[in-house]
Write a new protein. Structure first.
Length: 144
């Protein structure tokens, strides 16, 4: 399916070192992405870390959770999922406390290989859209 292909691509990017996932960030330095708590350092190897994350985040649908999910509210009515989390507590993961970032290797690949390929392929192509965002027509050509 489309979603399984998407998850597979995300996994390949992670395993190749182009992206990494985190559960903690330093509010004083928002540009920092390499923490010892990142997913790439979690298990004995990155593959095991990816399988664990994939199964507990994507397949368990934790990337799109409701903040009022009864399983995440304590006995006093407070949410247990809005604070920092760890890889050992997937029951508290959601789209707000797990982040993904492009690594230095990923940025280099994007700037030196991927971006120029896209630019060269589509630089002679324009798209005309209406007020609702629908495509009216393509102008130009795709360079192959």
């Amino acid at each position: 399916t489309y979603i399984s292909e998407y998850i597979n691509v995300i996994g390949q990017l992670f395993l190749a070192g182009y992206i990494d996932f985190g559960s903690y960030c330093d509010d004083e330095d928002r540009s920092k992405i390499d923490y010892p708590t990142n997913l790439s350092y979690y298990k004995e190897d990155k593959y095991q870390a990816w399988i664990y994350f994939r199964d507990n985040y994507f397949y368990a649908n934790r990337f799109n959770r409701d903040l009022c999910d009864p399983d995440t509210i304590d006995e006093e009515g407070y949410s247990l999922i809005l604070g920092d989390t760890s890889w050992d507590t997937p029951q508290y993961w959601l789209q707000y406390n797990i982040w993904v970032a492009r690594t230095e290797k990923g940025t280099k690949y994007y700037n030196e290989i991927l971006s120029p390929r896209f630019y060269n392929k589509y630089k002679d192509l324009e798209v005309e859209i209406d007020d609702k965002g629908n495509i009216i027509r393509w102008i130009g050509k795709i360079n192959r």
